[in-house]
Design a binder for this molecule. Sequence first.
Ligand SMILES: [Zn+2]
Length: 144
Amino acid sequence: MKTTRIMTCSDAAQAHIVQGALANEQIASMLQNENFSSLYPTHVSATSGVDVLVYEKDKEAALQLLEENGMIGDDLSYCPRCGSAHIRLVHKRGKQLRAWIAAFCALMAASPLGKNCAYWEFICDECKERFESPVGKKKSREGV
Ligand SMILES: [Zn+2]
């Protein structure tokens, strides 16, 4: 089953609070970079943070829950062109192998994936737009 990132926490403690809130609503979640956070707390908070992942089918419910609890502000997960929330992180065309190698290297180096990696991009399921980084809800609404 596909997973999707719903938010990035500055440290593992915050991520666990979010995970607990999700668990209360029977929403399964996983943490990414948590181990790095434990090993190198200052390093992770200064770079990538801890990603909270949920299954795609739970994304809407999870985001709603977190918004209601004030755990996330303006979530940057909307298409800059049409404002759709139906976006996915994909590897760029023809760079599948490189994308995975880059992901692997980023993992080994404990560096944030995406920020210095040229092989990943977002794609919008609604308008098929490809873009480097999503925008917040407010911004995408203004653009419509
Ligand atoms: Zn779009």
